[in-house]
Write a protein that binds this ligand. Structure first.
Ligand code: SF4
Ligand code: SF4
Length: 355
């Protein structure tokens, strides 16, 4: 696993061209260079050179970054900012008592007590038996819904869905820089997956998908071999490969917000454009980040409200009352916009409820 100092060369590659500013949703609101990759890299370079220390102020900018990766897609030096930010967060966590306390609360209360509570009170839907079997990693949100929609959809095309009781994929630990807890999430996943002789893992949440695909970057060699033998696919890729065409019971119009972490948007577009009785209305900036950044959303409320406002305007312009997405985090953010008379839901839930 790469440590903060292992990213020295990547940080040094930044040419300070500033092209990232045009893509960064936070920079567009703050106009502050410290809140975009260029400024963050200048600060981190200072830390590496020993001119700055990893302080609360630097940590604030690390938290403010949405980890949407939009800047990396246009960076001429090809720098992947998200992994650098995570390693820098990890560095800060090691030295900050307050961050350690927050991690403790996150570990035992938010991701210890709540998921166990969910496991007790949710009833998993039972899959029909078929010859072709896949494992479904629904993530915390779908676990709460009993994994119903995915089981229904995949059963309707003759696929059996196994739904082991996985813990959280660990993305909240990763974004806080708590690599130690994140590695435990990987271990837990491997321990469960080893019990099955199935290598196809289906996801519906974009953040879970990205995190599972990234597991091999952070794990040890033995676990990497197991992970390399697995095939991670989101359900959209799977349905498109099988050319599945659904028909809604009645005509509906929807719009769609693209999560930053989704693999291939073309697979989702294929479903949106090939489902009968479905009218897909593209919203402006459908691919711009929803603004959910667990910590910053509360700490930097004013900044996040600006992102929310522009998303709300774009949703309203579509003249549809149903907003779909494919990530629990985005679903929570869109619901928190308090869009009266609008229905916000996961695209797979929408399809499953209407076929
Ligand atoms: S686009 Fe890339 S190289 Fe240019 S300033 Fe931003 S991070 Fe640096
Ligand atoms: S990852 Fe997103 S929020 Fe962070 S600096 Fe890049 S564009 Fe801005």
């Amino acid at each position: 696993m790469k440590q903060f100092l292992d990213f020295k060369e990547d940080i040094h590659k930044c040419s300070k061209c500033g092209l990232c500013q045009a893509e960064c949703p936070i920079y567009k609101i703050t106009g502050n260079d410290c809140s975009v990759s260029r400024g963050i890299f200048i600060m981190l370079q200072g830390v590496i050179n020993g001119e700055l220390r990893m302080s609360k102020t630097i940590n604030r900018y690390l938290d403010l970054c949405l980890k949407c990766g939009a800047c990396s897609k246009f960076c001429p030096s090809g720098i992947d900012i998200v992994d650098i930010i995570i390693s820098a967060k990890h560095e800060y966590l090691k030295q900050s008592l307050l961050e350690k306390i927050k991690s403790f609360v996150q570990k035992y209360l938010i991701f210890g007590f709540i998921p166990n509570f969910i496991n007790i009170f949710t009833q998993k839907i039972k899959s029909k038996n078929f010859e072709h079997k896949v494992i479904y990693f629904g993530g915390c949100g779908n676990k709460l819904k009993g994994n119903k929609s995915t089981v229904k959809i995949l059963n309707s095309i003759g696929i059996e869905v196994l739904t082991p009781t996985f813990n959280c994929c660990g993305v909240p630990y990763l974004t806080r820089g708590d690599i130690c807890e994140f590695k435990k999430s990987i271990k837990n996943f491997i321990k469960i997956i080893k019990k099955y002789n199935i290598n196809e893992i289906i996801t519906t949440c974009a953040s879970c998908e990205k995190t599972l695909k990234d597991y091999s970057k952070w794990c040890d060699e033995d676990d990497k071999k197991i992970l390399d033998s697995l095939v991670f696919k989101n359900i959209y890729e799977y349905l498109r490969e099988k050319k599945v065409v659904f028909e809604l019971k009645t005509k509906k119009s929807i719009t769609y917000h693209k999560p930053c972490n989704i693999g291939n948007f073309d697979d989702i577009l294929w479903l949106l454009n090939n489902t009968k009785n479905l009218q897909y209305i593209e919203m402006n900036d459908y691919d711009k980040c929803c603004g959910l950044n667990g910590i910053a959303k509360f700490k930097e409320y004013k900044i996040m409200c600006n992102i929310f406002k522009s998303k709300i305007n774009n949703i309203k312009k579509t003249n549809t009352k149903i907003v779909t997405t494919s990530c629990l985090g985005c679903e929570i953010a869109l619901k928190s916009y308090s869009l009266r008379n609008y229905k916000v839901l996961d695209l797979i839930d929408f399809i499953s409820n209407n076929i």
